[in-house]
Design a protein around this ligand. Sequence first.
Ligand code: FCB
Length: 460
Amino acid sequence: MASTESPQTIRGSFPDDFTFGVATSSWQIEGSSATRAESIWDRFAKIPGAIVDGSSADPACDHLNRVEEDVDLIGQLGVGAYRFSVSWPRFMPGGTGAASRSGAGFYDRLIDLLLERGIQPLLTAYHWDLPQSLQESGGWLHPDMPHWFADYCQALGERYGDRVSHIATLNEPWVSAFLGYAAGIHAPGVVNAGQALEVAYRLMVASGHGVSALRNAGVGNPGIVLNLTTVRSEDPGAEKARDHIDRLQNTLFTDLLAGRGVSDAVRRSTDILTDWSFVTDEGVEAAATPISWLGVNYYTPIRVALPRESDQTAGVGQDTVVYPACPPASLQPRGPLTTMGWEVDPKGLRDTLVETAAALPGLPLWVTENGAAYADRVLDGDVYDPDRISYLSGHLAAAAEAIDEGVPLQGYCAWSLMDNLEWAEGRTQTFGLVHVDPETMQRIPKASFHFYADIAKGER
Ligand code: FCB
């Protein structure tokens, strides 16, 4: 593993006005599900085996009742920004219509607590917890969904736009579409690859409508967050699979944002699944509604190899089934791996940022998530997590390198503030800078928290 740089060296390799932040999402931390409407993740979590350890939305990190303590922790971390998501079923329990007083009020309070401490709120409108009622009406496949989503974004903008300048419409539409509708390992748990492609497109159309609604409501900087990554292959014969994966993971989304629509290459390589007849000129135009910034979530590269007898690795999401119609291939991450089975490759972050800047020239970028799951242990009241420190050090160095190469990167958010509900992996995967005791909810800042605090607060 790469050697760890000192916090001062890392801070010194970034421009003065660079923002260091930390991220979470609503379903993963809030708890208190009884005080909001049901989301697709609550419903999904009830399917036996859907979440490996049987976790549900409660108590998560009990953040709803501990918001002050948690914002204090963010303050101690000394970061300039906090990325969180609004739970749609908490803010607008009917899915459409009126906002809930208490639900909307919770985020007012969170935002005010952040601003009091000089921390910039970065709000994500949709981090996967769709109101179950909208799912039952057809979810992202319903033709009215772009309008429902735009109304929701408009309401968020009107409520918070005076205090929040950066609002992302969606978090990782690739995950919603391909893990939710092709692999069925995320909510809503559908296995229908043709629908997955349609959902991916419709999410991007809805996002464009959301961007317009946010601007109308006076939000200065609407954006979107994608999980883009570099796709590598050294196996002769695996090039076709590599290209296919790159198209579904990256260019399908960046092309739509750039106004290039759905490319012939994507259409050809998925024609056994769909004829793409749902794509319209209006939809392509909406998806390309200009954004002010793009968030990139990066954890690991994708390493494509020829099919192997035993796909022994099977890291989370490391399976060609998540890329429908992929030519025969296998995904073979190389060590060192995190407990997610994800390869640690800081250069992959540099490459991803450089490739993204080339696909969308001039667009300001943020790394909106980056981090690692390791099996931490509390020893004498402390958590010593050198692997996470090394991961952060390497990836921050890679981000600084991308800036040196001309990438307009403005900020970096570590994932995550605290150990939380890692979706289908439940509590078994811990990404936090802060350890959360699953029984007592006690928060213990890990060694990586102190390391990152020294960077965030560091003098140059
Ligand atoms: C990303 C998600 C985030 C978290 C990390 C580990 O795909 O956006 O909520 O689960 O992965």
